[in-house]
Structure formats: structure tokens, C-alpha cells
Design a protein around this ligand. Sequence first.
Ligand code: ZN
Length: 357
Amino acid sequence: MAARVYDKIPIVDTARRCGLVLDSRTLHHSEVEASCPFCGDHGAGKYHLSLNTDTDQYRCNLCGASGNSVTLYARLMGVTSKEAYQALKLEGKVYPMPQQPTPKTQERQPLPLEARHAMYSDMLEHLTLLPRHQDNLLERGLSKERIARNQYRSMPETERGRRLLAALLRSDGYDLLGLPGFRTYYGEWTLSGPKGFLIPVRNKDGLIQGLKIRLDDADDPGRKYRWLSSRGLPGGARSYSWVHVTGDTSKKRAFLTEGPLKGDVASYLSGSDALFVCIGGVNALHGLKDTLVDLGVTEVVEAMDMDQMTNEQVRKAILAIRREVQQIRGIKKYSKYTWSQAYKGVDDYLLSRVAER
Ligand SMILES: [Zn+2]
């Protein structure tokens, strides 16, 4: 993240708000010691996390985790730095009961696809799409009908709403352990993640593999999308960069692009329900080959963003994608979809054509 000057936010106050256990013997020192929520100190009752009251920075002498008040809060609460800053500046000082972290064992894997699909489908039923998010989707060229069909939803805005959502899923009979995005917070289940709207990422049969969040407030303008994940958080599970399939899966020609929303929009704007296969990023190829083979497509058309070929690393990654796809037996034709440089993505280009009609 780019350097940014924040107002002084006392690190010990922040640690209390995050529920960290402080070593009371060090409270009057300039370095206050706390139990590390990131590694659990490799055993209970130890204090490897140093809180420097001069610089308001933290650092774990065991796992090396480090940062300031804002990044500590953001990491533990699963929100963006901007959201953490706002929370720390605006909310009253209500501290939860400190809780001893549990030593970290192996990272929890996500539940199987069928379980994720069932639980995420139920979750989407309980959520709505806020008007500002609907406007954002309409501006991209989607119709209200398509927006409804694709099931975009807004992240619950409040902590109370998130806990309620988790409670509803549990009352529907689901165990949230292993569903990326959900975590426990002092024993209570809640949803973790920044504010924004959710984009279902589906396999070729329409099953929801995972959800991507289009952030309201991205720290980095180049990273407006994040997987819904609760990796490393209590009760949480990681996500993977799943491949998204959208459009008519009976088609023999697939367009290849990056980002599930871009694919949804481009497929809709194509006017013919074109088949789009969307990878999570140029370096996220896992599952691409299997998806194309399972779909039985014979032709792949590359429709990556136009500006990507100017970045050397991205260019290399795209060439690697090309090689991987061209090696698939059954794919007879591989071509590159080109359009005016004035439009960054295939969705922007198709939107301009629709506007002309
Ligand atoms: Zn640590």
C-alpha cells in the first residue's frame, strides 16, 4: 500500500478494540506486549506481539507480522484500510473481552462445491441489492432482468446485519465452518469482508463456487475486486481463484477474459449470450484447462484487457495462458479478439457498440 499519513491512533487502544490479550506487567512500558493473533505465539499464555507506543506500530517477534493500528484492525476484521481507519476514528471505544488466540494449525480448506453452492445460494436469498450497487451495474450495460438473474447482492453494511445473516444461515441448518467469508468473532458467527457488492462465480453447471466482492472503497484503485474469504481468521476458510463460466454453455466458441463481472457484462452485451470463461487473474490459471475441456469448446477467443500487453509481466502471463490453452486437445482454433484501443476491456467496447445502435 502506498505510504499514507494517518492521524495518531494509539496502538494499545486498537489492540484492546481488537480483543487482544495484553501482558499487564508491561502496560506502563513504551513497548506493551500482547498475545499474537496471527500465529497464536505457538502456545497459549505467551506474548510475542510488541506494541510500540511511540510509533504506534506492532510487530510479532515470532511470525514477523507487523504494521500500524489501521492495518492491525483491517487484518483482524477483514476490512479495507479505509474502512478500518473510519471505524477506529468514528466508533466509540467499546472493547470486547480479550480472548486468548489459539495456536494456528493448518489452514482450513473450503467446503466441497455442492455445500458451498447450497449455502451461498441460501445466503443470497437473504440479501438485497442496494440502489447504488444496482446503478453501478446498470451503468455497465446490464438490464434489470439480467441483474436479478445473475443474483448480485450487497454485502451487509453493519456488523449487526452480518451477524444476523450468519444466524439465519445457521437456523436454516448450515454449519458455517469452512464456508469462505464466515468466521467467529468471540464465539459468534459473522461475515467478514469489505463493503461492496457480491458477484457469484459459477462453474459450467451454474453452481456457485465462490463470491467476489466489488469493493466500494478500494485502497488500491487497481484492486477493486476481492474474493469473499475468511482466511486466517478464527473459524474462517480460504478461498481459491475459481474460474467463472457465464453465457450459453452449449456454444462451441468460448471467449476468455479476466474477471467474472466483465464476463457477465460482455456476454449480455454480445446480444447472443456468448459463452465467456473468466479467470480470476492472469496468474490464476488453476482450473482453466479443466473448465474448457469440460465445456467441450473447440474454439477459444482471447479477450483480455487491451492495456495488458504494455505491461511486460502481464504480457508474459497472457502468453503462458495462450500456450496452456493451445495445448488442449479438441481446441481447433485460437484467436485474439481485438477492438479499438480507446476501450480498455471487451465489456467497455461492447457497451460502446450498444450505445451506437
Ligand atoms: Zn505472531
